[in-house]
Design a protein around this ligand. Structure first.
Ligand code: FAD
Length: 402
């Protein structure tokens, strides 16, 4: 009966299973997920859910009845412990085995932590990846408490914004010379920094954390390289993630900062696919991982279609978003390799778009409170249309598509 086993019950797994059924496949599907809940959206964990504006039910990717109607079994609260490729079975924690004809690795990624020797395991120190993390953090988000966010990436900055909104005192500490160094240009970082400053969040850049200090096992402060210690009741560590590749590595699959897959999501073993945050694939001239909902969803769907012989190669059309305070940042394309940027002002105060160019052609746009620029850029990029800096400088948005 050609069973399909999916390890990881997240965004990519749900997209894969959904597409399989939408295309009419009745192959048996079992999803193994170590979290106690059905697949859900993670982005609200640092946004609407964390601020208390969305209940968990609203985060579920599919209603519980969908799984039953579609004969997709989800083993929640179960962890896959090993893959035996010779016998084609997955062993669960506890010893039970599941046989597969096709195995899908959709294991996601794990936040990097600060080591215990520098206080990374003190109470009051959090990372944010799953519902349990968000619930624990929310319980500690009491007005007046002092939060230090370590790492000025999107998750750290979103958490800072929510904490500020909830009445905490917030400092963001960034090791690099500016926030968003890995993911955006200086022009975008400037806009986001201004936003946080206007809300009263302190941002310290070019600032190294030496260690987290505590008393009785509980965080009391964050010691910086320059000798200062910032008093803190809570810290959120947002310094990036590592792909969950342990099972793949242990079973001898090709792994290189992600499970290496081809454009049909096939790993070095063609009966094992990998999708979402854990997978690394060729994009233009290099291997990349994309940590985004767009990728988890599109790659998951493309992999399912390809498995049924009904789809072509996965051709990513990257886009991303971040909500901070009332501001909405929308990103189209990948800025990797840009050699020029141009900032365009939008129709209202506080709306701007940063265009990225490589060798004279637009490759990405960060649009802050400027949906028209985002939509235009996304369409242009998806159409593969060449747009120069001169075009952007001289033509109204509407005409760029012409
Ligand atoms: P995941 O959704 O992480 O699912 C993987 C699942 O597999 C997890 O539940 C994990 O516990 C489980 N698992 C791992 N190993 C095993 C095992 N051995 N056995 C059983 N289960 C296992 N993206 C955006 O595009 N926009 C955003 O605004 C945005 N905001 C985000 C905010 C936060 C706080 C976080 C954490 C992420 C955000 N992302 C955002 C990223 C996005 O959520 C991820 O890219 C996406 O969830 C990846 O989907 P995935 O299915 O690959 O992995």
């Amino acid at each position: 009966s050609d069973p399909i086993v999916i390890i990881g019950a997240g965004q990519a797994a749900a997209a894969f299973a959904g597409k399989l059924r939408a295309l009419g496949s009745d192959r048996p599907v079992t999803i193994i997920g170590d979290e106690p809940v059905l697949p859900y959206q993670r982005p609200p964990l640092s946004k609407k859910y964390l601020v208390g504006e969305a209940t968990f039910d609203r985060l579920l990717l599919k209603p519980p009845a969908w799984y039953e109607t579609n004969a997709v079994t989800v083993l929640t609260g179960r962890r896959a412990a090993a893959i035996d490729r010779t016998r084609r079975v997955v062993a669960l924690d506890g010893g039970e085995e599941l046989a597969y004809a096709t195995l899908v690795l959709a294991t996601g990624a794990t936040p990097r932590r600060l080591p215990a020797v520098i206080g990374g395991d003190l109470q009051g120190v959090f990372t944010l990846r799953d519902k349990a993390d968000a619930d624990a953090l929310m319980a500690d988000f009491q007005p007046g408490r002092r939060l230090v966010v370590i790492g000025g990436g999107y998750i750290g900055l979103e958490t800072a914004a929510v904490a500020k909104t909830r009445g905490l005192e917030v400092t963001v500490v960034e090791l690099a010379d500016r926030i968003l160094k890995r993911v955006a240009a200086a022009a975008t970082a400037d806009l986001i920094r201004d936003l946080h400053k206007a809300h009263g969040v302190d941002i310290l850049e070019s600032t190294a954390v030496v260690r987290l200090v505590g008393a009785d096992g509980r965080l009391t402060g964050v010691e910086l390289m320059d000798g200062r210690t910032i008093a803190a009741d809570l810290a959120v560590v947002g310094i990036g993630v590592a792909p969950n590749t342990g099972l793949a590595e242990a079973s001898g699959l090709a792994v290189d900062d992600g499970i290496v897959v081809d454009q049909f999501a096939r790993s070095s073993d063609p009966d094992i696919l990998a999708i979402g945050d854990c997978a690394r694939f060729r994009y233009e001239d290099r291997l990349i991982r994309l940590e985004s909902v767009q990728n988890a969803f599109d790659q998951g769907e493309a992999a399912a279609a390809a498995l049924l012989g009904e789809g072509g190669a996965y051709d990513p059309q990257p886009w991303f978003w971040s909500d901070q305070y009332d501001a909405k940042l929308q990103i189209a394309g990948l800025h990797h390799g840009y050699d020029d940027t141009l900032t365009m002002d939008g129709p209202r105060p506080g709306s701007h778009a940063v265009w990225y160019f490589s060798k004279g052609s637009a490759i990405a746009v960060d649009a802050l409170n400027f949906p028209a620029a985002f939509v235009t850029a996304k369409k242009l990029l998806e159409a593969g249309k060449h747009v120069s800096r001169f075009d952007v400088e001289t033509k109204p948005l509407k005409e760029l598509m012409a």
